[in-house]
Design a protein around this ligand. Structure first.
Ligand code: CMP
Length: 140
């Protein structure tokens, strides 16, 4: 399996509850390295661009408002098979369906306030990383 990079967000519900370190510890324990990280506060419009793929969904407005409600931590994670590994560590989108030991099982509040986002494929990982980070900010 190849070394990959993937994009990760620690969402407002988690930063608000001071869970940033606990979540990063889960990634690191799974063998993922944080090669870029910053804490930012998105506008609703910036969240809307990031989640544009969901703009026809009924929850789009609520999702963008939520993502702009508090600071978030955006990160790039690197490791073997990082895209799939990150999704495994995060658990299912809906915390009610997430496996034991996953971030969402342990920390998420609901399907909307689900503590973390992670890229779902190589092309989206590249696009999402490029939306938030310049090449100079990626330090492997
Ligand atoms: P994420 O992995 O960030 O990708 C899109 C997000 O939309 C998802 O996590 C959820 O937080 C959110 N989402 C998905 N389905 C719903 C829903 N039914 N209601 C509210 N938010 C949702």
């Amino acid at each position: 399996m190849a070394i990959q990079r993937t994009f990760s967000i620690i969402k407002p519900d988690a930063t608000k509850r001071n869970l940033t370190g606990a979540i990063v510890a889960k990634f690191e324990a799974a063998g993922l390295r944080v090669v870029a990280s910053k804490r930012i506060h998105l506008s609703v419009a910036q969240a809307g661009v990031f989640y544009a793929v969901h703009k026809e969904r009924p929850f789009y407005g609520e999702l963008c408002e939520f993502m702009a409600s508090e600071p978030i931590v955006v990160q790039v994670l690197e490791g073997e098979d990082a895209i799939a590994k990150n999704r495994e560590v995060m658990g299912a989108t809906n915390p009610a369906e997430a496996a034991e030991g996953t971030i969402r099982k342990e920390f998420a509040l609901s399907i909307g306030e689900n503590s973390v986002h992670g890229s779902d494929a190589e092309d989206t990982a590249k696009e999402e990383i490029a939306y938030f980070f310049s090449g100079l900010e990626l330090v492997g």
